[in-house]
Design a protein. Structure first.
Length: 223
């Protein structure tokens, strides 16, 4: 007698172009593919196990996002992080995050402090494990949580557009300055304590110091 419970349908495999896109993007963000490296379609097709057609599609998408520059018949150049890009990202982050943290300190949304505590603990565990990509993700999530707490959907969308650049710069800083991992956690703790105590000016000042250091640290890593 057949069972009345139907077995779940097998998950559909992701399209080839999407797999190439994810592979290359992750490698660029984690600096396994560093700025100045030339990637060829053949090498990427072999690495992901696909034909060259989806590779071209994925590379075009990554060029639009500003991570690569395509050169016909040669390949795709991984674009280095430029000094201007660093300055632009830091300026935008400060504009958004100083406003967000002041608002969070004045009227702290329910659950925000607990969520920030969880992210700090997570970042500490990842730092001890030496996984820089995960540390960068948790670092970025800490700041994004404060921005999300504003309840301003437009501001959140604007901040989310910086995600890839933040992650790439975060990993670059940690590679070049390993001591920054512990210092970032300390600075996040200062931000959290200011939010917890409702001190808007102290929270904004802590964010300004913390984010502003990125400009100087990454600039030394730019060629």
């Amino acid at each position: 007698m057949p069972s009345s419970l139907s077995s779940p349908a097998p998950a559909k495999p992701r399209p080839a172009a999407e797999r190439v896109y994810s592979h290359v993007k992750q490698a660029v963000l984690e600096r396994r593919y560093e700025g100045g490296m030339l990637l060829t379609e053949g090498e990427l097709a072999e690495a992901v196990g696909v034909s060259r057609t989806p590779v071209r599609e994925a590379l075009l998408r990554l060029e639009v996002e500003g991570l690569l520059k395509l050169y016909p018949k040669k390949g795709a150049l991984v674009l280095p992080v430029s000094a201007q890009e660093i300055a632009d990202v830091v300026e935008t982050r400060l504009l958004v995050e100083e406003h967000a943290v002041r608002k969070a300190a004045v009227a702290t949304p329910a659950g925000l402090v607990e969520r920030l505590e969880e992210l700090l603990a997570q970042q500490q565990r990842q730092a001890e494990a030496g996984d820089l990509a995960d540390v960068a993700e948790s670092d970025r999530a800490f700041h994004a949580e404060i921005v999300r707490a504003t309840g301003n959907a437009i501001l959140v969308r604007l901040y989310d557009q910086l995600r890839d650049r933040q992650l790439r710069m975060g990993v670059a800083v940690m590679h070049a300055h390993p001591d920054r991992i512990a210092k970032n956690i300390t600075e996040h703790t200062e931000i959290l304590e200011a939010v917890r105590t409702g001190d808007a000016e102290a929270a904004a000042a802590a964010v300004t110091r913390h984010v502003g250091r990125v400009r100087h640290l990454v600039h030394g890593d730019v060629r």
